[in-house]
Ligand binder design. Sequence first.
Ligand code: 5RP
Length: 235
Amino acid sequence: MAEMDAVKLMKQAVGRSAAAEVQSDSIIGLGTGSTTAFAIQFLGDRLASGDLKNIKGVPTSFQASVLAKKYGIPLVTLDEIDHIDIAIDGADEVDPKFNLIKGGGAAHTREKIVDSLAEKFIVVVDSSKLVDPLGSTFPLPVEVLPMAVSPVTRALETLGATVELRMGVNKDGPVITDQGNMVLDAKFDAITDPAGLEKNLNNIPGVLENGLFVGVASDVLVGEVKDGEASVRSL
Ligand code: 5RP
């Protein structure tokens, strides 16, 4: 089996498992990324079949809004609700304490708002995302106001990171977030104090939010493939 097919199978399996945990009459945080996209699709399937009734979604990005509309999931804003029952979202890295790096899709600011509000936050990943410590494989995304890109880059370098302004794919120039900001990808050798770093980074003037999610996730579902068969385990 081609490597890409295996990854897709893992993402599909874990997306389906997370969608199966949602109950009728729920308000659901809808995450961003290719794994969550499968969960949104399976939620839509359950709604269409009548297995699930009266759900509402809170999108974490334009991507999540577009997918929710495509699959018939009614959307609400945070102004219209007073709680979120469950959120489903992907991650770029997960450590053994369920701390995360997110923001591979530049959506971590809205994701952190929505995922943090959820009574239960299920992380959906394939097995390649499990690391110890955080920072082992993925740079840490930092959303920055455009006028502050240079000073924030210098501040991140002082903290020991190698920093790159994220550039668009099929779009010339930098990635612009759903809020109109830019993203600096900060590669640290290892993030040994995620809680401390999360706070320090958000104290740099010009930083809107960083992709460290500390103590937010309640469950992690991991998709795996063996001999062409996909399976899901709960950490
Ligand atoms: C978007 C995210 C995604 O959840 C994260 O990048 C994982 O994406 P994928 O499921 O496509 O691997 O944080 O900002």
